[in-house]
Design a binder for this molecule. Structure first.
Ligand code: GDP
Ligand code: GDP
Length: 440
């Protein structure tokens, strides 16, 4: 790895808070290649043209009296060995702590060999920033103390300026860009955990359980059935909520957060219950956020007396509840009997491809201008709308701009007509598409 930053320091100084700030939206991806548990989280970030990888060493297990024994020491050393720049984080609010000295001892042999920056976090105010001078006592860092606030971002820019000075190269771009991020959501008990565990293989446990920290949303990059994808928030699905009355609440919170982060939202529905109002809500939200959607009707094994029409009737019920949203594909699966799980993943990957589809302007116009000619916008208040051409906007999600003389006179029903024709000619299955009218 090139351009690697390791954040080390005792628990609770704010390592993961800084980590999350540095990697932004690109949350921690567990490195699962070796198939073993690694308590180091990796994330990608960039600053003034330099790409970098950040390692957060925070995920060790508390509990033993001497937390500095064994595992933690090993993890920290591994991270330092991998790093080009080490951020040694201390807590400006708490002052020098005994464990800081222990970390300083681990780091001391690297002094002069690797840049080690002493970072005094929680310097939310100027007073605290000034007080951080007391950390000189640790004899670490090359004479400078970076007083920052990971919480409000204060000082992090200066810190990054210094960090990237040590990176001669631009570094590699995030390797996960272009890999679909898939969130598995749905009501409690529909089979989300079972589904994810089936995909990930049973109990090659990879996620460390850390209660009550910001590390809840850990994503996992996997290759299953020949498809690369990232499952968002696998930690949430692998851990069962402890307080049962809160299950619904946390399940909702988690779904919302996972939804924000994903490209494609896989909504599981229980075949024995059918689509429920929460399902409709979450699909509506996915649509608003312009995410891809795949509906999986799970526990299909429990549906008795299946006939040729059973799936069709089921589909019709779902679409009638979802109207006017009509684009999500529906796959009938059973996690229990492993029925069509392969198809489910393939469909999610297809939806991702559809979401990224760019249609050349010439092709769009060839096809759509004919459709417009066949059925022109109906006149409104005697005004005649003439659409001249159409082009796809350079957005992350498919949006098509129809240029015309009087955009304000185009009716919603006509926009729907255009959307339907678009969907007939081009594969946008599972993807919300935007139709906008611009003045020309
Ligand atoms: P870690 O154990 O070192 O990874 O620490 P965390 O990132 O989990 O943070 C520990 C606690 O410190 C959390 O409650 C954070 O919200 C809080 N914290 C982190 N950074 C700051 C900061 O810059 N200012 C303040 N006031 N609190 C912070
Ligand atoms: P979650 O709350 O959505 O994560 O749901 P779980 O994965 O914990 O599953 C809830 C229950 O449904 C468990 O008892 C599973 O064994 C069961 N289950 C999951 N998938 C299927 C399926 O395809 N068929 C049947 N019959 N049961 C299933």
């Amino acid at each position: 790895m090139s351009n690697t930053i390791a954040i080390v320091g005792r628990p609770n100084v704010g390592k993961s808070t800084l980590f999350n700030r540095l990697v932004g939206q690109r949350k921690a991806i567990m490195d699962n290649e070796s198939g073993v548990t690694r308590d180091r989280h990796y994330g990608h970030g960039d600053w003034i043209g330099k790409n970098f990888v950040v390692i957060d060493t925070g995920g060790y297990v508390h509990g033993s009296d001497d937390i500095f024994e064994g595992e933690i020491r090993k993890q920290v050393k591994l991270a330092i060995d991998e790093a080009d720049v080490v951020l040694f984080m201390v807590d400006a609010d708490a002052g020098v702590h005994g464990l800081d000295e222990e970390f300083a001892q681990v780091l001391r042999p690297y002094l002069g060999k690797k840049p080690i920056l002493l970072v005094a976090n929680k310097a939310d105010t100027n007073a605290r920033a000034h007080a951080s001078g007391e950390f000189y006592a640790l004899g670490m860092g090359d004479g400078e103390i970076f007083a920052i606030s990971s919480a409000n971002g204060h000082g992090t820019g200066e810190l990054l300026d210094e960090v990237v000075r040590h990176f001669p190269e631009a570094g590699e771009e995030e390797p996960d860009s272009g890999v679909p991020k898939i969130a598995v959501v749905g009501r409690p008990n529909v089979g989300k955990s079972s589904f994810v565990n089936l995909l990930l293989g049973t109990d090659r446990s990879i996620v460390t359980d850390i209660a009550g920290t910001t590390r809840d949303a850990i994503s996992t990059r996997y290759n299953v059935f020949g498809h690369d994808f990232i499952l968002v928030d696998t930690a949430g699905l692998r851990r069962k909520a402890k307080v049962s009355e809160d299950i619904e609440f946390y399940a909702n919170m988690r779904s919302l957060r996972a939804l924000e982060e994903c490209d494609v939202c896989v909504v599981l529905i229980d075949a024995t219950r059918g689509i429920e109002s929460q399902d409709v809500n979450i699909i509506g939200l996915a649509d608003k956020n312009r995410k891809g959607v795949v509906i999986l009707v799970n526990k299909w094994d429990l549906v008795e007396n299946k006939e040729t029409n059973t799936t069709k009737e089921f589909e019709e019920k779902i679409y009638s509840k979802l109207a006017p949203i009509a684009y999500p594909p529906i796959v009938f699966i059973s996690v229990l009997t492993k029925q069509r799980v392969h198809k489910a993943i393939e469909t999610a990957v297809e939806v991702f491809e559809n979401k990224r589809r760019k249609i050349p302007t010439s092709q769009l116009n060839d096809v759509m201008l004919k459709e417009i000619e066949r059925y022109p916008p109906p006149a409104l208040k005697g005004k005649l709308v003439r659409i001249k051409y159409v082009t796809q906007l350079p957005t992350h999600n498919p949006v098509f701009a129809f240029f015309c003389n009087l955009p304000q006179y185009v009716q919603d029903s006509y926009a729907r007509y255009l959307e339907n024709r678009m969907r007939e000619h081009f594969d946008f299955k599972g993807v919300p598409i935007g139709i906008v009218f611009r003045k020309k």
